[in-house]
Design a protein around this ligand. Sequence first.
Ligand SMILES: C[S@@+](CC[C@H](N)C(=O)[O-])C[C@H]1O[C@@H](n2cnc3c(N)ncnc32)[C@H](O)[C@@H]1O
Length: 253
Amino acid sequence: MEQRAQITRFPTASKRRSHLRIFVGKSACCGGLTMRRREMLGMALCVLGLSVAKKAITQEKKASRERERLLEPLLQQLEKMRGKYSNVPRSDGQLLNMLVKISRARNVLEVGTSNGYSAIWLCLALEETDGHLTTIEINPERVKLAEENLKQANLIHRATILEGDAHKIVPTLEGPFDFVFLDADKGREHDYFSYLYPKKLKRGAIIAVHNAIRMRQAMRQYLEMITSHDEFDTVMVSTTLDDGFAISYWRLV
Ligand SMILES: C[S@@+](CC[C@H](N)C(=O)[O-])C[C@H]1O[C@@H](n2cnc3c(N)ncnc32)[C@H](O)[C@@H]1O
């Protein structure tokens, strides 16, 4: 507005000069729009952008809740066979899910898939963090079941199931992982740790070891090592009051 006023105030020495000034003036006014209008347009675009983003987030939240609701029958069906497949209890699955979300983990490793129950909880969290699960199982029948269950849960795109002995497979994985869940051969956690630390773990990584309360004797070597490790913070967490996890965090500093 001011630029335009300035132009009209100047007496033009020649037509050419006058054109030039008018051109400069128009450019400053953005093709005829005044600064005020530009500001208002900018604000309107911001408000529009925010409302589009808010709508997208609301839709994503709804989709996520809907996904969980649709999973409920499958989770309940799997929970009936929990004993047979040695699955974590639901509250432990929920804790794993929450830890992945809180830590924003994107590259997750699970050792001991069984039929994929805990993998479902992990993959559900990875939907939110846009990450991926690598999960290892030695028993071919369980691998098949895990694949079927993850397909049924519509989460198979989040997982790679590797069949075989994790002691052979883990050393071949590239990593680095930002979340590791150990739930296979109890008492061998120390070995898994040595395959992963330090190169295949990301700084800030979390290692969750299941059955660390009930099987603490078998896991003594690992638990003594990790609880006295300078670079890790470790806590025992129980959601059921009868068993639980050793959860370790690789400190950033
Ligand atoms: C406790 S179950 C895992 C349960 C599963 N995490 C869940 O909560 O749904 C342990 C699984 O580890 C597998 N396993 C044991 N030793 C293994 C090894 N060396 N490599 C890969 N898998 C192994 C077993 O076959 C079994 O299915």
